[in-house]
Design a protein around this ligand. Structure first.
Ligand code: GLC
Length: 782
């Protein structure tokens, strides 16, 4: 293609940035209110202002008529009944709850939202809400010099998104994911702004192609959509954690995953036969490298037909799955949306006969090329189709499968546009709508169909779903991997801000292909990446067809031993990680966090891309470049203990830290605690002993944390079968006092007690547990 050569920068192609012209919404002619919803009738349209909760305000403008409030695929919360105070001051109408104030200027319509301390969250200044000549909606907001932007779902580049312009349009991108590669597979039209320690969030709930521009102007940012309403929520924070809790109140939180899904996953495009899979599993067991999941990529199927196995290469899947289960390993097969067009293939026959596929308005099925060749695509926007597709998963669950991997669900199609014809008309639960509007939710709805179908069939066991595409709210059904990265150090580096921003976008269970998918990995890269993977929420090693194999033993014993140590470390950290996953399922707070989430008043943390936190007290500072064995580590306020050797570092300083290939720098905040288990065997991954490590060298610290455990695989926790300890550690000159503030739940784990280990205990200091000086054990039996 000419565009791929220097021709792309031919002098005749110079483009001048066209300024955006749009029509303002105009003067307010009159307004009315009912039940916490205000309607402002303006010269060129009507704007609705809704108070969703005391901290969440929703603004809706429909360019085609009155605002519609019930179209969302993402929002699951209902608007609360609230008392709104209303004042008219000259030309202004001021509406407020206990947390936010919305000021509407009438001539012309302007909106300003501030918190109750007078901090401006959104102010449309001289610009504001408008409609472009093409009918597209847009809004501008003033950008403060100290504004930093985060979230936006799955984007390449650095953590802080100020100065970037992003598009939301789920896209299959095989080409290298560069900082400029946009959009990728997920669309989460949400961001959080951090300004001088205070945070607020904006969720633009529009499923059309949307654009967020923090780049083109220095004092305004804007967001716009190719169609639909201007429908956005402003979350008042004021801390980053509260913003995320407010956003996930709207769009939902991740269900608690089964423990096995938090373990190590091994994948390859593809392990092509039963013999190869058995050999692979045996290798892990013989080498004592823990593995919970082996993925089956597209070669397990008969000619890439979903809901089939290739009978020659996989003659007895049921037995394979059973035998692997006995080795402590589960199988997760890939399921793509494309159904092969083949009149002898039962799924295709059913799909056609029962009218389950996406169609044009004239009634013809839409066909696109994917792995199986010409294929039809289930219309997941419709409940009937979701039910059909979900039920079909009995094929897998009856074989003993508890997890599914959804891929190509943007949907990806091998054509110029990379996707389905945007004029396809989806059934959309009785409200027929084009693909142009519903493209970004195709993956989300496939996830819903799959998760709900599996859940119904698994008789009380928790399903696991991995997805490539999604929209805001995807966390309710699936974990997300970041697609086809490459075995480059740059991609290891980029994966950190990517996973942190996904976490800030409400999706806590994510990770990249460890080792890199495309291109050949190498010993050093795979080793360093595995060290990071041991701490990323989702931990899967996956590689592409034709590339160097990258199982942990592929590069000799020296590297195997290091990778084994870190994969085992993942399992040792399982009690801590599982408690954080529990927290994420309750509050939406991510397991892996940028430092700014815990230290929003420390500007040094605002764009740290090469370190991350696990929970609120652990900092991981990996090596992310070849041949490097020393790196700078910024440690925020407090004292930090190097977990490998107990060295204590002062906070609010940058330190040079040494890390040979076998070492991953991990720091725990002094005065806090972590809970870890021991690695036993692949068959039984439950720790026989769980220990609370308390780092007590700091005097006059107090730290509260939550410990959670349950059976790890069923929904029995919903009926009280869990153990939940709310704990406190207080260090003073003469005591380290450990207290269980509350204990809830009826579950007694097999280890029955938590052992306490104190680091840095000083002469003359005694340890008390619940006020008692003798024991160093907390019994979990009641
Ligand atoms: C896509 C997926 C990749 C998978 C491959 C074959 O490229 O992103 O993970 O291995 O398809 O199914």
């Amino acid at each position: 293609m000419l565009e791929d050569t220097s021709f792309a920068i031919h002098p005749g192609k110079e483009k001048h940035a066209a300024s955006i012209t749009y029509q303002r919404i105009g003067n307010v002619m009159d307004y009315q209110s009912a039940d916490g919803t205000y309607l402002f009738h303006c010269e060129n349209g009507t704007v609705g202002v809704q108070f969703f909760t005391t901290s969440i305000v929703r603004i809706v403008m429909n360019p085609k008529g009155l605002p519609q409030y019930d179209l969302s695929k993402a929002v699951i919360a209902a608007k609360e009944d609230l008392a709104i105070s209303e004042k008219r001051i000259e030309d202004k109408i001021v509406l407020r709850t206990s947390e936010v104030e919305v000021e509407i200027l009438q001539m012309p319509f302007h909106v300003k939202i501030q918190d109750n301390d007078g901090n401006i969250l959104l102010n449309d200044g001289d610009r504001g809400i408008g409609i472009k000549s093409s009918g597209e909606v847009i809004t501008f907001t003033t950008m403060h010099p100290d504004d930093h932007f985060y979230g936006f779902g799955e984007k390449s580049g650095f953590l802080d998104k100020r100065g970037e312009k992003y598009e939301m349009w789920n896209t299959d991108v095989y080409a290298p994911h560069n900082p400029e590669t946009d959009p990728l597979y997920e669309s989460i039209p949400y961001f959080m702004t951090l300004r001088n320690g205070r945070a607020h969030g904006v969720f633009f709930d529009n499923t059309f192609r949307t654009i967020f521009d923090m780049k083109s102007e220095s004092d305004y940012y804007s967001f716009q959509a190719e169609g639909g309403q201007l429908d956005y929520y402003v979350m008042a924070g004021p801390t980053p954690k509260e913003v995320l809790e407010q956003y996930t109140h709207l769009t939902g939180r991740m269900p608690l995953p089964p423990k096995w899904a938090i373990g190590y996953h091994q994948s390859r495009y593809s392990y092509e036969s039963e013999t190869e899979v058995r050999q692979l599993a045996k290798n892990f067991v013989d080498r004592d490298i823990p593995v919970d999941v082996i993925h089956l990529d597209i070669h397990y199927m008969n000619g890439y037909r979903v809901f089939t196995f290739d009978k020659e290469k996989f003659p007895n899947p049921k037995k394979l799955i059973k035998d692997l289960r006995e080795m402590g390993i589960r199988i997760v097969p890939i399921v793509d949306p494309g159904v092969k067009k083949n009149s002898e293939y039962p799924i295709y026959q059913e799909g056609v006969n029962q009218d389950q596929f996406c169609k044009y308005i004239e009634g013809d099925i839409y066909f696109g090329d994917v792995w199986p060749g010409t294929s039809a695509f289930p219309d997941f926007t419709d409940e009937k189709v979701r039910k059909w597709w979900g039920d079909k998963h009995a094929f897998y669950t009856e074989l003993g499968i508890e997890g599914i991997w959804n891929d190509m669900n943007e949907p990806a199609v091998f054509n110029e546009t990379k996707t389905m014809d945007v004029s396809v008309l989806h059934q959309n639960d009785g409200k027929p709508t084009t693909h142009r509007e519903l493209h970004n939710i195709y993956g989300l709805m496939m996830g819903k169909a799959t998760y709900e179908g599996m859940k119904e069939q698994l008789n009380g066991k928790r399903p696991f779903l991995l997805t490539r595409a999604g929209y805001a709210g995807v966390q309710r059904y699936a974990s997300v991997w970041t697609g086809d990265n490459r075995s480059f150090w740059e991609h290891l580096q980029m994966s950190l801000p990517m996973v942190m921003n996904l976490g800030l976008s409400g999706v806590p269970f994510t990770g990249p292909d460890v080792g890199g998918f495309a291109h050949d990995t190498n010993a050093e890269l795979l080793t360093r990446w595995t060290q990071v993977g041991a701490f990323t929420p989702y931990f899967r090693n996956h590689s592409a067809i034709g590339t160097h194999y990258q199982e942990p033993w592929q590069f000799g014993e020296q590297y195997e031993a290091i990778m084994k140590k870190y994969i085992q470390m993942r399992y040792e950290w399982m009690p801590q990680l599982y408690s954080l996953f529990y927290q994420a399922s309750k509050t939406g707070l991510p397991v892996m966090r940028p430092l700014l989430m815990e230290y929003p008043n420390d500007p040094k943390t605002y764009n740290i891309n090469d370190q991350f936190m696990i929970g609120d007290n652990v900092i991981v500072a990996p090596i992310l470049a070849p041949s490097v064995t020393d790196r700078a580590v910024y440690l925020p306020a407090g004292e930090w203990v190097d977990l490998a050797n107990g060295d204590v570092y002062e906070g609010e300083k940058t330190h040079l830290v040494h890390a040979e290939i076998e070492h991953l720098p991990v720091f725990v905040k002094n005065g806090t605690a972590i809970v870890r288990g021991d690695w036993t065997s692949n068959m039984d991954k439950t720790s026989s002993q769980v220990t609370i490590d308390i780092f007590a060298e700091n005097i006059d610290e107090s730290y509260r944390f939550t410990y959670y455990d349950d059976d790890g695989e069923t929904f029995a926790y919903e009926n009280g079968e869990f153990v939940l300890l709310d704990m406190e550690v207080i260090t003073s000159h003469d005591t380290v006092a450990v207290k269980v503030l509350t204990q809830n739940g009826n579950y007694v784990p097999s280890y029955k007690q938590l052992q306490i280990r104190i680091h840095g205990l000083k002469d003359g200091q005694t340890v008390t547990i619940n006020g008692n000086t003798k024991k160093q054990i907390i019994s979990l039996e009641k």
